[in-house]
Unconditional design. Structure first.
Length: 398
């Protein structure tokens, strides 16, 4: 058990004793003491830990805590308005006690007592709703700013994570699934920030960054569409992972073909089309339980009418996850500037998807995507890469 798991377990136990015993009872004080000791242990390793609670998921500094999948308190904390918990410095026992009393008050509906007073005192504990922070760290981004379709928020950490995943595979190592899941959960946090829903799409600065930014954008779009059609939070994140990894096989494509500024010849096109098969192999070789992501990597260029690639020996329907990612893949590809053509306007791309509903795309998913993009138009936000060191790394040849 890690120190983070011990702390959250102690936190839950302390809250349970607060429900059973009145203030000042020895059992209640002992529970607080144990929770505080576990917090000191955690801060000795991570001085400023940050937890996010999404449904039944617990995320520590963009990494899921798998040992807490059956914890049960994450959803209760989130429902009480505590989706974010962070320590910004050394926490005192009084800080922790004040926080626990506030949590207890929110969960129980009991009359506010000392917690109401203590929440105004200086504390090293910060908590509340999830929020997208501005680039300068001076507050949160509100819905009015989203309507302009721009955000001074960067997905640089997530982009670096994708770039690192690709680099590991290029060097012959296996897929790091925890990193992929962490990236998707971090994207989910960004999308649900500050009680407003966002669809953050990364602007492409350098052509050599396309594979990385495209993976991130398709993941975001896949989660948005999955949520729009009513899938569960766990299914949404599963589709997000599939979207993130759909083009993984491109790490096996020679850079001179992958980044060729002109049209590919027949031989180069054959090599490029192999990325679907290579991606499925890479995923299955690394993570056997990722069979859905492997299926999506293999099928996401197959059309509803049977065209596309790879060619199927026997005609069959593709998985709905593949059909969903196919729509998102085409949308982001066409709306992005490439060396051989200009980016298409959003309305033109949506028209292509609408006209392709049936022959190329799953009809229901294609029409749902068009409806989503029109209905949530003001929530689509273009974000940039604000870290020069990443821009240089992403632009360097593999």
């Amino acid at each position: 058990m890690t120190s983070a798991v011990r702390f959250l377990t102690g936190l839950a136990q302390a809250m349970a004793t607060m429900n059973l015993y009145k203030e000042g009872h020895p059992a209640r004080e002992k529970g607080l003491d144990r929770a505080f000791e576990s917090l000191l242990e955690l801060q000795a390793e991570l001085p400023t830990p940050r937890f996010n609670f999404l449904g039944d998921e617990v995320i520590l500094d963009n990494r899921p805590l798998r040992d807490l999948q059956q914890w049960g308190w994450a959803s209760r904390l989130a429902a009480s308005g505590i989706q974010r918990l962070e320590m910004v410095g050394p926490v005192s026992r009084e800080d922790l006690e004040a926080f626990l009393e506030e949590v207890f008050t929110r969960l129980s509906g009991a009359p506010v007592r000392t917690a109401e007073v203590r929440q105004f005192r200086p504390s090293a504990i910060r908590y509340g709703e999830l929020a997208i922070r501005s680039e300068e760290g001076k507050g949160t981004v509100d819905a009015a700013r989203v309507a302009t379709a721009t955000l001074s928020y960067s997905l640089a950490d997530e982009l670096e994570g994708v770039d690192w995943l690709h680099g590991e595979l290029k060097d012959g190592r296996k897929l790091h699934m925890l990193e992929a899941e962490g990236i998707v959960r971090s994207l989910s946090v960004a999308m649900h920030g500050d009680q407003a829903y966002f669809i953050p799409l990364v602007r492409l600065k350098e052509f050599d960054q396309y594979t990385t930014t495209h993976a991130l954008n398709v993941s975001v779009l896949a989660m948005a569409l999955a949520e729009f059609v009513g899938l569960s939070p766990r299914e949404v994140r599963t589709f997000g992972v599939a979207g993130l990894l759909h083009d993984l096989g491109k790490v096996k494509i020679p850079p001179e073909i992958l980044n060729k500024p002109g049209k590919l010849n027949d031989d180069e096109r054959q090599v490029m089309n192999r990325h679907t098969v290579e991606g499925a192999k890479l995923i299955l070789d690394s993570e056997e339980h990722l069979d859905l992501a492997a299926v999506v990597a293999y099928e996401h260029h197959i059309r509803i009418d049977g065209g596309g690639y790879p060619a199927l020996i026997y005609a069959r329907a593709c998985h709905q996850a593949s059909n969903l990612v196919h729509v998102c893949d085409v949308f982001d590809a066409l709306r992005t500037h490439r060396p051989y053509r200009e980016a298409w306007p959003t309305e033109r791309v949506l028209k292509v998807i609408e006209e392709g509903a049936g022959p190329e795309f799953d009809r229901d998913l294609a029409l749902a995507f068009v409806q989503m993009m029109h209905q949530w138009e003001g929530r689509v936000a273009q974000v940039g890469i604000d870290r020069p060191e990443f821009a240089r790394a992403a632009a360097s040849p593999a």
